[in-house]
Design a protein around this ligand. Structure first.
Ligand code: HEC
Length: 125
């Protein structure tokens, strides 16, 4: 194969790989629309935080692994396991959802919501 042909083949392969990557990353769940959190608003555990756990966490945290994030068990589990202590940024819950193993389980807006809820005292509200 001559040099010109080979380099255009290389460009084609590179282009294909880039297209593949672009397609893959567009499949991420970041397309969902979650309203921005205004930190002045009170975040409610039952209507705003538990649904995040129910949708994203209970396949694994279903009572066999701490914290138990199933509805009805999650609040006590988070409290007794000291997952939601202040300062919120250093809490075990926030650290875990922003860690590399857990980062992809929640959207940025969901992480922010959880952070704000902890900052506001992590009430069972
Ligand atoms: C695919 C399974 C899976 C999902 C989904 C998952 N986790 Fe986890 N989680 C684990 C495993 C395994 C560990 C322990 C190892 C580690 O730290 O990654 C863990 C650890 C944790 C810990 C630390 C436990 C401790 O005692 O230190 C917290 C807090 C946590 N997860 C919260 C969450 C939250 C909140 C969600 C949902 C947003 C979630 N996890 C979703 C598997 C999962």
């Amino acid at each position: 194969m001559n040099l010109k042909k080979r380099s255009s083949l290389t460009s084609l392969v590179v282009l294909l790989i880039l297209t593949g990557l672009a397609l893959l990353s567009s499949c991420e769940k970041y397309a969902a629309i979650i309203p921005e959190v205004n930190s002045a608003d009170t975040v409610h555990f039952k209507s705003q935080i538990q649904p995040i756990f129910t949708a994203n966490c209970i396949t694994c945290h279903n009572g066999s692994r701490n914290p138990d994030l199933r509805e009805g068990y999650s609040y006590a589990s988070l409290r007794t396991g000291f997952y939601v202590n202040l300062p919120a940024e250093n809490s075990r819950l926030y650290k875990q959802i922003t860690s590399s193993s857990h980062y992809s389980f929640t959207l940025p807006a969901e992480k922010q919501l959880i952070l704000t809820w902890i900052q506001q005292g992590a009430g069972n509200n």
